[in-house]
Design a binder for this molecule. Sequence first.
Ligand code: GRF
Length: 219
Amino acid sequence: MLNLAVFISGSGTNLQSIIDGTENGAIDARVALVVSNEPEAYGLVRAKNHDIPTAAVNHRDYKTREEFENALIDALSPHSVDLICLAGFMRVLTPHFLNRYSRKVINIHPALLPSFPGTQGQQDAFDYGVRFTGCTVHFVDDGVDTGPIIIQAVVPVLPDDTKDTLQKRILAQEHIIYPQAIQYIAQGRAEIAGRKVVVRDASPEEFAAVNPPAEILDD
Ligand code: GRF
């Protein structure tokens, strides 16, 4: 079974959806470790509630990104981790870290990449006035939110939306597509082919706004 490490910085609602997926059988994986760069992140409490080992690696304690990343690598090393899931992790990882975990780091971004990358993606899409936005799960490469896309979900922007109501609508989709993306990898169905991710045997589109369709919703 796939061993996951989930990296967080905050509330950890995506972490919770991943934990729930592993516990209800939607994801054939286990969360072996939760790492936070913020020692007070509520996500660490969520992990402890499920008896999942945690590590708080505070980036402020390290002089350089490389030292911080070495501490992350040390935290991971006892856990035989197969896949690292960034879930609201607010630090950029450099090639020093990523080269060690090549093709084994994925991220969720609250916009439809390649539009609106970066830490303010959700706000930027809202301010721009787009009619549709959404969320993206992608492999992490050396750029910021530039890696091959595994799955995306689209949400409409409604006339009365505030940033908060829009964020809530996007987050609901994040909690569906992130477990789905992990399950594709757990099943060995997601293959990187150049710029693209091919998901083998994806079922016909039942959910038009989710591509590939989220089979997890069938349960
Ligand atoms: C999510 O919107 C995620 O896309 C972004 O940060 C937020 C984290 O939320 N990268 P949570 O901590 O999972 O609740």
